[in-house]
Design a protein around this ligand. Structure first.
Ligand code: ACO
Length: 432
């Protein structure tokens, strides 16, 4: 707590409260409103958490006005240019970049947890072939709590660490099993001799009847996308993991809650929605019509992949992914550039439009990511699953930070009650 404070006066009663202020290392300070109810009998209200810090954290920082994103202090563009997904995972989990030996030890640990229990694998047969992969992934991740319950003491730091390694290692395996189930192909077991993303691509696209060689360009592109999606402060799914985890629930169940929160189109589901939207728009001549619809208050259509609660400037991740699109599409020699051209033109038109300028609506991380996933051969329904694999690192880092903190209390918001006041029960025979 700093020596600054806010003084709040209740004009009616004349009572005042001194509200303490905590300063972070960067970013806005935080006013402690915990005493307001005790001193004045009122709650505060901030639906959507527009100006409310839900916790203290040392993991990720965003400056939405300047378009800055830092993981443990390192700018995401520097990490994207120089690091790897597993190195970023280590950084987010442990707070520092690993030494060379720590890095190889960590990669070894992750790659030796990649298999999932055979029984868990059979769960997929219970799903219809066209079940949405996010439904399968959230169900199977939640089911992991049944396999690791008695051996999981959340107060034990070693147990927490093994949990972190297991989730990061097994998410690609679960995702690949969901994909293989949806296309009716046999499951391909993980290969621990491959790097994280090459193993993922192999599990997705290898089949037992012929050789499959992972394209290093594809593995590199996926690794970069995963770095950019690894964490994003107290976003909807991360806050969900924290809130579920704050009750002391099994952490696999908390991660499953995060997968479910990510699925929605206002959050991680936007990458799937963007591709569907671009397909719907079809070609550049149709853009003005759809931009007009997005601006029409009476039309529910929105430009998917546009706008962000925190970024009121370019999402730094979107800029990197847009540049990456050029490179990946050229290197992979795909025929998907019309889709990219359409996205570029849509961005250009929207960013010149008064409505988007005034509301500070810029492309977000999901606007271009789907174009790359598609170029890698990943089906549209799997896009949000790819996001979940990467974001699992952030979820685990935040769950670890919260659970290791002895001052953590169960998350329990209050409300403004506007329902009926107290009334007596009426027997059914006496109701009109
Ligand atoms: N298209 C058209 N108008 C938009 C859009 C959009 N994509 N996004 C916001 N607006 C408008 C709203 O209608 C609102 O207008 P109003 O002030 O006249 O009512 C204004 O901009 C503010 O928007 P809100 O929805 O109030 O902003 P909020 O911060 O609550 O929502 C969100 C942010 C959910 C990201 C929103 O911009 C959106 O729905 N975008 C499209 C979905 C998307 O891309 N989601 C991914 C986000 S990134 C991520 O989670 C990985």
């Amino acid at each position: 707590m700093s020596d600054k404070f806010f003084e709040l006066k209740d004009v009616e009663s004349g009572t005042t409260s001194r509200l303490g202020v905590s300063e972070g290392s960067i970013g806005p300070a935080v006013v402690d409103i915990g005493r307001l109810y005790r001193d004045h009998g009122v709650f505060t209200s901030d639906p959507g958490f527009v100006a409310t810090a839900s916790c203290e954290s040392k993991i990720t920082f965003i400056d939405g006005e300047k378009g800055v994103l830092l993981y443990r202090g390192y700018p995401v563009d520097q990490l994207a240019a120089n690091s790897s997904f597993l190195e970023v995972a280590y950084l987010l989990l442990y707070g520092e970049l690993p030494t060379a030996s720590e890095q190889s030890e960590f990669a070894g640990l992750i790659m030796h947890h990649t298999m999932i229990n055979e029984t868990l694998l059979r769960f997929f047969n219970g799903f219809h072939f066209n079940a949405h992969p996010m439904a399968m992934v959230s169900g199977v991740v939640g089911s992991m709590s049944a396999f690791y319950h008695d051996s999981m003491d959340i107060k034990n730091p070693e147990h927490r660490e093994i949990f972190a390694h297991r989730i990061i290692a097994k998410m690609p395996t679960i995702a690949a099993a969901a994909y293989k189930h949806s296309v009716g192909q046999p499951f391909v077991y993980p290969r621990n001799d491959l790097d994280y993303c090459s193993n993922l691509l192999n599990m997705f696209f290898a089949v037992p009847c012929e050789d499959y060689e992972v394209d290093p360009v594809a593995a590199e592109a996926l690794d970069l996308l995963f770095i950019l999606h690894a964490d994003h402060e107290q976003n909807c799914s991360t806050s969900t993991v924290r809130l579920a985890g704050s009750s002391g629930t099994n952490p696999y169940a908390a991660i499953a809650a995060g997968v479910s929160a990510l699925w929605g189109p206002a959050h991680g589901g936007a990458n799937e929605a963007v591709l569907k939207m671009l397909e719907q728009i079809g070609d550049t001549s149709q853009i003005p019509k759809y931009v007009a619809r997005a601006k029409d208050r009476d039309d529910p259509f929105r430009l998917m992949g546009f706008g962000h609660r925190v970024y009121k400037n370019f999402d730094p991740r979107a800029k990197i992914i847009r540049e990456m699109c050029h490179k990946v599409l050229t290197q992979l020699g795909t025929t998907d550039s019309p889709m990219f051209e359409l996205a570029l033109r849509l961005e250009e038109i929207a960013l010149q439009d008064e409505y988007f300028v005034e509301k500070k609506l810029y492309p977000n991380v999901d606007f271009y990511s789907g174009i790359i996933y598609r170029a890698l051969g990943i089906p549209v329904s799997m896009f949000t699953v790819m996001f979940a694999i990467a974001r699992a690192v952030g979820w685990v880092a935040h769950w670890q930070e919260m659970t290791a903190d002895p001052s953590t209390r169960i998350g329990r918001p209050r409300q403004l009650y506007t329902g009926p006041t107290e009334r007596d029960y009426i027997a059914v025979s006496e109701r009109d």
